[in-house]
Design a protein around this ligand. Sequence first.
Ligand code: XMP
Length: 429
Amino acid sequence: MKQDMILILDLGSDENPRLAREIRSLGVYSEIHPHDISQPALSALPNVKGIILNGGPNRVVDGVEIDAGAHVYNGSLPVLLVDHKGEKPWPVQEKERKEAISRFIFDTCGAKANWNMENFIADQVELIRQQVGSKKVLLALSGGVDSSVVAALLIRAVGKQLTCVHVNHGLLRKGEPEQVIQVFRDQMDANLIYVDAADRFLDKLAGVADPEAKRKIIGTEFIRVFEEEARKLEGIAFLGQGTIYPDIIESGTKTVKAVKSHHNVGGLPEDLNFELVEPLKMLFKDEVRQCGKALGLPDSMVYRQPFPGPGLGVRCLGAITRDRLEAVRESDAILREEFHNAGLEGKVWQYFTIVPDFKSVGVRDGKRADEWPVIIRAVNTVDAMTATVEELSFAFLQKVTERITHEVAGVNRVLYDLTPKPTGTIEWE
Ligand code: XMP
């Protein structure tokens, strides 16, 4: 293993993710583990140079009295106790805190600053090979950041032992399936099964107007399609997962053991019996992006904006029709192109278009014509719990309006949604 590690034992402090990030920012790899990690599990962790106990040595966590970690480290590793009276975060001052951590990890533990993406990738390649051996791995490759980076890492580690399945549910953005095929099949020479299931999804969704019912159909059908593909393949023992650190860490007082149910595999039947491979589970989102870049993925994939699982399905309001869905897809493509041209890409958190299920009267080729409006949404947020509206310039909005009303069939008006969250949500349904 190439990287040294500082272990944070979780006594329930919600500061732990920040502490791990602080240590990583000093160039030393750090992971958070439950306070009651067993001695064998601790011994299995590579290159641990020291332990930080954060949250109070004698605090009761889950009914367990902690004795300064002595039960786990047996005196063989340096231990730093943080916030040991459990009164306030320690040390309060940013600079002081960083210095204290730095002294501990470098002077006391003798850790080396060798945490970087090349070493992370080299270590993960070794760990994946150890775990997988000569067996086969399956991965649902959506084209989102996390699944794409996992795919690239697994390809680097086990090559053709990996099979990626890309399900096109017909609700992807313009150019997305093509990009997945181009990057993974053409560029990285991956085993990629492309399933065009658009008709199947759209048939199931026909006439369904309730947003939650739409989400449920899309989610269930996705698992069915993936499962059908999995059953066609022989000898798959592992399932790759794009689980990342924030999926695992529960903020607040729960320890790391409180792992969220993984949304991607929630519905897979037990008899498929896969073991999970989750090589990104210790990375924060920005580190996942760095990893993707280091593995040669294009910026447009690594820095793409968040995109909901049900895709354009929740932006084609009410019961989805193919013509309105095309209007969403085409207007979204125009908006994204204009964001790119204006240098706004990456500066705004999420931007997209919505097409409601009503028409208004307008004039087309000198005649009255009833057509749909397109709504533009562009928001900034930190955690998606609240959001503010991006102040797009009037000239920019005029340009986008001009293009959408001329290039997108069936659209005669463009509206800009000025509503922050709350009271609006980011998506419209
Ligand atoms: P709202 O609309 O709740 O959205 O303000 C917050 C963030 O969540 C995304 N979103 C979803 N993501 N499945 C997803 O994977 C969904 O059903 C879903 N609904 C909303 C939304 O795009 C925004 O980033």
